[in-house]
Structures are given as structure tokens and as C-alpha cells.
Design a protein around this ligand. Structure first.
Ligand code: DQA
Length: 146
């Protein structure tokens, strides 16, 4: 059971800077993740919030709610949120950080992730495909644990 979390402003996909983030919407992304989940024989729950505290609670509670891994695009909280970093390191599920855009090719402030260091790894710049790769990795790790 996988949790796919999208942070601030990702509800604006399709409208927001389409030259950077593409023309597809959050709903397109979530339906796609569910379809990939079905292929991997994993149930997938997708959530998005613009609120840091809500994301913290979803990360904190994920294991108790029966999830076995988290795909996380923290949006701009990636670059600022020590609280989100602490929420990730304070729980035991594997977390993969994903960014639609290539953050390392953008403004210098986006080159720093305060969250990636407590995730299993980070995928950046591959659009929706990054989510699929993160899901495949987590399916493999979760299989190994099962
Ligand atoms: C993002 C990259 C972040 O720098 C930005 O603040 C976002 C989206 C991405 O998916 O490329 O909101 O996480």
C-alpha cells in the first residue's frame, strides 16, 4: 500500500508554469499513479496539500495507517522545511523524493533539498515518469521486506 504525497502548489499543475511543469493536471498525475499501482499490484492513495502541517501529519501517520512506502514531492518545502525533514526521519517507512522539474538546472535555491538526505533517494527532472520509477523502487523494496 503506497502513499503518493504532493505538496504546495502542485494542485495547480496544468495551469502553473506549463513550460516547466507541463500541461497535465494533478488529477492526470494521480490517475496515472493509480494505473501504475495497478500494474505493480499495489494499492495507491494520492493526497495533495498546500499546508506543511497536513503533510507532516500524513507522513507521521502513514505507517499506522498501513502504508508501506511513500512517494513524496514536497514542492518548495523541499528547500525550506526542517519540520518535514524531521517528520520523514522520525518514521521508518521508505520515502522517495520526486520532482517533476530538474531542480538542479533551475535557480540556485532549488539546488538545496533539506529533505532528500533523509529519503532513500531523489528523482528529479523526469516529469510524471519520476513517480513511476519511485513506485517501482518502492514495490521492489517492499517485496524484499515482505
Ligand atoms: C517541484 C520543484 C520545486 O522547486 C518547486 O517549488 C515545486 C515543484 C517539482 O516538482 O519540480 O513546487 O517540487
Amino acid at each position: 500500500m503506497l502513499l503518493v504525497l504532493n505538496g504546495p502548489n502542485l494542485n495547480r499543475l496544468g495551469l502553473r508554469e506549463p513550460g516547466i511543469y507541463g500541461a497535465q493536471t494533478l488529477e492526470d498525475l494521480e490517475r496515472q499513479c493509480e494505473a501504475w499501482g495497478a500494474e505493480l499490484e499495489l494499492s495507491v492513495t494520492c493526497r495533495q496539500s498546500n499546508y506543511e502541517g497536513q503533510l507532516l501529519e500524513w507522513v507521521q501517520d502513514a505507517e499506522e495507517q498501513g502504508f508501506t512506502g511513500i512517494v513524496l514531492n514536497p514542492g518548495a518545502l523541499t528547500h525550506t522545511s526542517y519540520a518535514l525533514r524531521d517528520a520523514i526521519s522520525g518514521q521508518t517507512l521508505p520515502v522517495v523524493e520526486v520532482h517533476l522539474s530538474n531542480v538542479d538546472a533551475r535557480e540556485p535555491f532549488r539546488h538545496v533539498s533539506v529533505t532528500a538526505g533523509v529519503c532513500r533517494g531523489k528523482i528529479s527532472g523526469l516529469g510524471f515518469t519520476g513517480y513511476r520509477l519511485a513506485m517501482e523502487y518502492l514495490a521492489e523494496v517492499m517485496g524484499a521486506l515482505a
